[in-house]
Design a protein around this ligand. Structure first.
Ligand code: NAG
Ligand code: NAG
Ligand code: NAG
Ligand code: NAG
Ligand code: NAG
Ligand code: NAG
Ligand code: NAG
Ligand code: NAG
Length: 602
């Protein structure tokens, strides 16, 4: 017992004056019912699609939205790990005026093939996640591309950090997260003014740019020579020779900069590290294991595929191919196949759960509090206005030429959706982003409400010991107000609720306030053992105060302050493990871990 005393006396020193803040991650087990008539999520989906219907008819969201939707062909669909029928939540709109008319589909459905543009970057990285060894991601690019190695050797003598890219310091993992500090694009695959000036010499005057020595430029960029033949068919090694001596934009690892070039290089690196062509890698890592019948790393060429392909604008741009750019933007897919990809990520179908957990994390911040970046996840931090709870949304946008698409995962709720769209103008970009916002703003509250409702029926209630002598009762409830932070609240824990809350040092002694003590899920193994572990977190009723970053550090960071502070025999006093039916998700008992008692649900 003695050991406990010093440990306990330490607590006040490592716990702050005011406690609270939210743990990251889910507040409830993921909802099981996404699609039925009684699901709030389905209701939200139907509300959004009914609104889109009205908007297409000229009402709903207004005139501009109406014109945008009318001029865009798009398909969208949901998916859920727990409800296969979620994929019945789909919506399609065909804008005949945006299609080519001669070629491709005349009416879109869930198997219509779209260019997914930069969603390709996510698919490429996923293939790498599946097939690479963890250490491969730390491989410097000089180990893969001889031209980079030569450049680094050549510049070693009078190296200049502002002029020379340190290709030996940039890793495969860096470029997958856009933090190589390398240019966005290199000649000849860019809207470079030099290229524009070839057809329109006035461009140089417009910008006041000096002429260049064409002989030197042609010698530097071997791929430029292939441009003269009309299409860019050069290989990655020639592209690398060209960009090796481009200027750095940041130092390696310093700051995010969206780089398509990085993904051309990533494709070459994955081919090198796995010893497979990228086409084979996509097939072996993803397309075959997931039975993706309509996902292609080459433009559709079979008549049966072209018939289902969305061809906006010219056929040349819709079905054109610049092979080295495929890992960045050249993949074709459908919302049905993107759902399979999304589900496989959420379910860790192709890799271990710990790997998935690490992948679904930011690598770097951006300059905006609401956006972060992974490999190459574009992470949006959705904040519930009422409760202040944050749910991270993992996305990848694709936006190139006539096509825009989004793959969206919400790991906290184990659901996601995809939207693929096209137009022969430029309107598809805004349209798809607008639809995604409309959907997200409706879905996120619906998801938390559905999860709350299911938790109410599955977990809430009174639990008692069968052994009458023990006289132990635990009552947990689900807050009904959207202003309350979601989670389970302990309203009764024999005499212990008050003890528990008063054990949290320096919180003003008080009756157990259900809004202060809440339980959130930490480990869920419903399919396996049928258990869900919850930990207690305490919420600071005053919330964060601007200008108090240090003094509020503990308040805003339960992960560092209250969680796992009070233990008995190394077991957290605050841990409750619900034992649930694997099929229905309904709890039959709860184990208070440190007390070593199982209480039956009444
Ligand atoms: C969608 O929900 C909003 C908010 O509840 C409501 O105002 C609107 O009428 C609904 N729209 C449709 C088409 O059901
Ligand atoms: C929609 O297309 C029509 C016809 O092509 C065009 O006149 C109109 O400007 C477009 N509207 C938008 C918002 O793109
Ligand atoms: C998720 O994986 C488990 C096996 O780990 C499997 O039983 C289940 O069917 C999968 N769920 C989906 C939706 O694929
Ligand atoms: C262009 O560069 C080449 C190779 O460095 C050189 O021989 C040639 O004189 C230069 N031309 C002009 C016009 O400066
Ligand atoms: C990978 O690149 C290295 C260095 O350029 C080269 O020696 C090796 O043969 C390449 N491996 C494959 C499978 O292409
Ligand atoms: C369809 O594609 C063909 C071939 O690229 C092109 O000539 C034609 O103008 C396109 N039609 C429309 C309506 O964009
Ligand atoms: C798209 O194609 C339709 C049909 O060819 C045409 O009427 C419309 O003007 C085009 N829109 C744009 C923005 O090019
Ligand atoms: C059980 O505890 C409650 C208070 O928590 C008390 O009122 C009741 O008398 C106790 N019953 C027994 C059998 O000890």
């Amino acid at each position: 017992m003695k050991v406990l005393i010093p440990a306990l006396t330490l607590i006040p020193f490592c716990i702050p004056a005011v406690l609270g803040g939210h743990l990251p991650g889910p507040a409830y087990p993921a909802p099981e019912d996404i699609s039925s008539d009684s699901s709030r999520v389905a209701a939200s989906w139907k509300n959004v699609t009914a609104t889109l219907d009205q908007t297409l008819k000229g009402g709903g969201l207004g005139k501009l939205a109406s014109a945008m939707l009318k001029n865009t062909t798009f398909s969208m669909g949901m998916f859920s790990l727990h409800d296969q029928d979620a994929s019945s939540l789909q919506y399609h709109h065909t804008a005949p005026s945006t299609l080519n008319g001669t070629y491709g589909t005349k009416s879109v459905d869930a198997d219509s093939i779209y260019r997914v543009a930069s969603i390709s970057k996510l698919i490429t990285t996923y293939a790498g996640m599946v097939k690479l060894h963890e250490n491969d991601w730390n491989t410097p690019l000089t180990k893969i591309y001889p031209a980079f190695r030569d450049f680094v050797e050549k510049t070693a003598v009078d190296f200049d950090a502002a002029r020379d890219i340190e290709w030996d310091k940039i890793t495969v993992g860096d470029i997958a997260a856009h933090i190589g500090g390398i240019p966005r694009l290199g000649l000849p695959i860019s809207g470079d003014l030099l290229l524009l000036s070839e057809t329109n010499p006035a461009v140089l005057n417009t910008f006041g740019l000096p002429p260049v020595n064409r002989t030197e430029i042609m010698a530097q960029y071997p791929c430029l020579q292939t441009l003269d033949s009309g299409s860019i068919k050069c290989d990655i090694d020639d592209y690398v020779k060209g960009i090796a001596s481009d200027l750095p934009r940041y130092q390696p690892g310093a700051s995010p900069l969206y780089s398509d070039s990085g993904f051309f290089l990533l494709g070459g690196a994955l081919a090198n590290l796995t010893g497979m062509s990228m086409d084979d890698l996509y097939k072996k890592a993803l397309f075959e294991p997931l039975s993706l019948k309509n996902t292609l790393s080459k433009p559709p060429s079979e008549p049966k595929d072209i018939k289902r392909t969305v061809i906006a604008g010219t056929v040349e741009s819709a079905l054109g191919e610049v092979p080295i750019t495929t890992p960045s933007g050249g993949i074709y897919s459908t919302i049905n196949d993107l759902s399979k990809i999304g589900i496989s990520i959420l379910n860790s179908t192709l890799m271990s759960i710990d790997k998935t957990n690490r992948w679904l994390k930011p690598v770097t911040f951006t300059g905006d509090l609401h956006y972060a970046l992974g490999r190459p996840w574009e992470i949006y931090r959705y904040e519930y206005k009422d409760s202040g709870i944050v749910t991270d949304i993992y996305t990848k946008l694709g936006d190139s030429g006539s096509y825009t698409g989004l793959l969206v995962l919400v790991p906290d709720f184990e659901i996601g959706f995809s939207i693929l769209g096209a137009s022969n103008g430029t309107v598809h970009t805004q349209t798809i982003q607008f639809i995604a916002d409309t959907l997200t703003n409706s879905l996120m509250p619906a998801l938390v409400n559905q999860a709350r409702q299911e938790t109410l029926s599955n977990l809430a209630g009174t639990y008692k010991s069968n052994d009458k002598k023990l006289n132990n009762t635990l009552t947990v409830a689900v807050p009904s107000s959207s202003k309350s932070a979601p989670g389970l609240v302990i309203t009764e824990w024999s005499h212990l609720a008050e003890t528990l809350i008063n054990w949290v040092p320096q919180l003003p002694p008080a009756k157990a306030n259900p809004n202060l003590v809440r339980l959130v899920p930490t480990i869920q193994d419903i399919a396996g053992s049928g258990q869900i572990a919850f930990q207690m977190e305490t919420v600071d009723p005053t919330g964060p105060i601007p200008g108090h970053l240090f003094t509020k550090m503990y308040s805003a960071g339960d992960w560092a302050s209250t969680i796992d502070q009070l233990t008995y025999h190394d077991i957290p006093i605050n841990e409750f493990v619900f034992n649930v039916d694997k099929k229905t998700g309904k709890a039959h008992s709860v184990t208070a871990s440190a007390y070593n008692i199982e209480l039956e649900r009444q």
